[in-house]
Design a protein around this ligand. Structure first.
Ligand SMILES: *Cc1c(COP(=O)(O)O)cnc(C)c1O
Length: 387
């Protein structure tokens, strides 16, 4: 818990309240009922036939893109809003990068009639305008953060400041497996529903465990959610994909394991992109949801234990991943998700016929279509220049 003194007591209160509900069967019953009837769980585990023949192995997609609001984020927002209600908090705040966590949180706040404030970097508000409009329609106040790089890191700082000031009435729903304890554990637990379902579904469909599980890693919540229930299954390779952006040069990517070293950022000691003096570096990715200088601390542990492995793919490969999943399977993935698809395409030659692969489709790509078009326009011009 690497936080200022003022945050210690709210975090301790949260940790002890969470420890209580974690053991409370009434809490799980209530959460599971909303996950089923409001979120639409269980999400399907879909056998992707054309992608399978492209990769030369059997591939299944875990369809988190089919969750209400279009990504896995709502699994966590729902769990935390129920916890906030138990704690008697009537005001909800959250940070958001790509806007998916903001939309999920605004949604559950509306469902329970709670006041909701979302902090978002001004640059992200511009590149994810659709999600800003959705949050406002749902009744949330979206506050633009104009400090620093005006993206996710600054939005988290602003949400933390609000929380310290208003902690008596307010719960802060952090959106990834990041920040100080108990958040990484709590977010992992709420997202582990993905892996529990996938484990049951693959055993039913195939009668055996997968050989590979692939997921993109921003803060790391969709990845830890699908990895966690398979941690003890030594034969299952757990593969996380970070954003390689425009290449592993300072400021041009968000691959913490490729370019970072151990440091502290926003409550967490983990791998952080920083310069020689420990200043946090700028990051870049075509996908706003992977664009953050630190990685969830449990991924740092799994990597050091060699239980999970981490790789990165760049912006251009991610765009190819989008197009591949669209054209082979009729599924438009989020730019974040496309990093995992792209890495599977890169691994193609190393797969064997008997390999059984699950790719976590963390979200749908509707929010990204303008970014994708802008990419196509830029690159159409470049290929014209070359010819
Ligand atoms: C937010 C987001 C991510 C990245 O966050 P994680 O916490 O690493 O899962 C990935 N995919 C989608 C669709 C997202 O909205």
């Amino acid at each position: 818990m690497y936080v200022p003194e003022t945050l210690m007591s709210p975090l301790k209160e949260l940790a002890s309240e969470y420890a209580r509900v974690r053991r409370d069967p009434a809490f799980s019953r209530e959460l599971n009922a909303y996950l089923r009837d409001f979120v639409g769980r269980p999400t399907p585990l879909y056998h992707a036939r054309r992608l399978s023949s492209e990769l030369g192995a059997k591939v299944y997609l875990k369809r988190e893109d089919l969750c209400h609001t279009g990504a896995h984020k709502i699994n966590n927002s729902l769990g935390q809003v129920l916890l906030a209600l138990r704690m008697g908090k009537k005001r909800i705040i959250a940070e958001t990068g790509a806007g998916q966590h903001g939309v999920a949180t605004a949604t559950v706040a509306a469902m329970f009639g709670l006041e909701c404030v979302i902090y978002m970097g001004a640059v992200d508000m511009e590149r994810q305008a659709l999600n800003v409009s959705r949050m406002r329609r749902l009744g949330a106040t979206v506050t633009a953060v104009t400090a620093g790089q005006q993206t996710l890191k600054e939005a988290i700082s602003e949400a933390m400041r609000d929380w310290v000031t208003n902690v008596r009435t307010t719960h802060y729903i952090l959106g990834s497996a990041l920040g100080s304890h108990p958040y990484p554990m709590m977010v992992r637990d709420f997202q582990s529903v993905i892996g529990r379902e996938a484990r049951r579904q693959i055993l039913k469909a195939e009668g055996r465990l997968p050989t590979h599980i692939l997921a993109c890693v921003g803060g790391g919540s969709n990845a830890i959610g699908i990895f966690y229930p398979f941690l003890r299954d030594g034969g299952v390779r757990l593969i996380g994909i970070e954003a390689g952006g425009e290449g592993i040069r300072p400021g041009r990517h968000a691959a913490r394991f490729a370019g970072g070293k151990v440091g502290i950022l926003q409550g967490t000691r983990t791998y952080v992109l920083q310069d020689a003096s420990g200043n946090i570096q700028l990051t870049h990715s075509v996908s706003a949801g992977l664009d953050y200088a630190a990685i969830g601390p449990e991924h740092a542990l799994l990597r050091d234990l060699k239980r999970a492995e981490y790789h990165h793919v760049g912006d251009a490969e991610a765009m190819e991943g989008v197009n591949a999943l669209c054209r082979l399977e009729g599924i438009l993935p989020a730019l974040e998700t496309a990093h995992a698809v792209a890495y599977a395409l890169n691994m193609r030659r190393s797969f064997k016929r008997r390999d059984l692969i699950i790719i976590n489709v963390s979200g749908r790509g509707d929010k990204d279509v303008q970014q994708m078009e802008a990419w196509d326009r830029r690159h159409a011009n470049r290929s014209k220049d070359r010819s």
